[in-house]
Write a protein that binds this ligand. Structure first.
Ligand SMILES: [Zn+2]
Length: 288
């Protein structure tokens, strides 16, 4: 289900580009005075993209479920007389790509809605907290350091300019990574929650992006996570584009990467997480 993973990754990238443009429009020295506007823009961009991510995930979940069980599930976006053809059409619309088609015969329906309503207040709170940690607090610290840093140097002093630029870059990297996580959580949380409430779902596996970090590769190497392990949280992180792919049948097929990570883990032979990190980075480096 690469199309789904790529579409979610693209949503995070679109958010990052939009946020970068907002940041670029502000002068480094005026940034502290623009915090309210920046926060409003940051939160709005995250929440709009998270809503798109969620819609995409619901279409994906419904499609995978129908492909594996032959049945349609209710919930947001459900339309009567849904067929594999109409579910593919919904999914294609959500990804903006033509990724598949199917027959038009209506499928039997499970009327249950396993998707919890979006918790708008919680989403807003998470976005605001992320802004505070990733942007507001860091700008405040930076402003405090500036007088000492500047001393008697002129405003266009090369070192000072480089210092300001470096700060803005790291601010952008941190805030777009954390914001992109919230964007994709719109979809990841919807699928993770729906699984728990859908008797037809067995569990999920982790679909990583093309070059996941050692942590995500390890999680992916473990294959399917079955529902009975309720404590198993998904564990995304900033700059992570892993997605939750639901499983409805024991005949699911893991992506080739997950199998490759499992073989790598076996060859690694066990050890601490730090050892695995070293092993993973050297192995993937020699491969490319
Ligand atoms: Zn990841």
């Amino acid at each position: 289900m690469a199309a789904y993973q790529l579409a979610q990754e693209r949503l995070a990238a679109e958010f990052a580009a939009r946020w970068a443009a907002t940041l670029a429009a502000v002068e480094a020295r005026e940034i502290a005075g623009s915090l309210a506007e920046l926060e409003a823009a940051y939160v709005a961009a995250i929440r709009e993209s998270a809503a798109v991510s969620r819609t995409l995930s619901v279409a994906f979940y419904r499609l995978v479920r129908a492909l594996e069980t032959g049945r349609v599930i209710g919930g947001p976006g459900y339309r009567p007389a849904s067929s594999l053809g109409s579910l593919w059409a919904d999914f294609n619309r959500a990804t903006g790509k033509r990724t598949g088609t199917g027959p038009r015969e209506p499928l039997p329906v499970d009327t249950r809605d396993p998707f919890p309503a979006a918790d708008l207040a919680r989403e807003a709170r998470r976005a605001e907290e992320t802004f505070r940690h990733q942007v507001a607090d860091r700008i405040e610290r930076h402003e405090r350091e500036r007088p000492a840093r500047q001393g008697s140097a002129a405003l266009d002093d090369a070192e000072l300019v480089a210092w300001e630029k470096e700060f803005l870059e790291s601010l952008k990297t941190g805030s777009s990574g954390a914001g992109g996580m919230l964007v994709q959580d719109g979809g990841r949380d919807a699928i993770h929650a729906a699984l728990q409430d859908d008797p037809g779902a067995l569990g999920y596996y982790r679909k990583t992006d093309a070059s996941p970090c050692y942590f995500c590769a390890l999680m992916a190497s473990r294959g399917a996570v079955y529902k009975s392990r309720r404590t198993a949280a998904f564990g995304p992180h900033p700059h992570c584009h892993c997605q939750v792919v639901p499983i409805f049948s024991r005949r699911y097929q893991l992506p080739a990467e997950n199998d490759a990570f499992a073989r790598m883990w076996k060859r690694f032979g066990g050890g601490s997480l730090a050892d695995w990190r070293t092993y993973y980075s050297t192995t993937t480096k020699t491969k490319t």
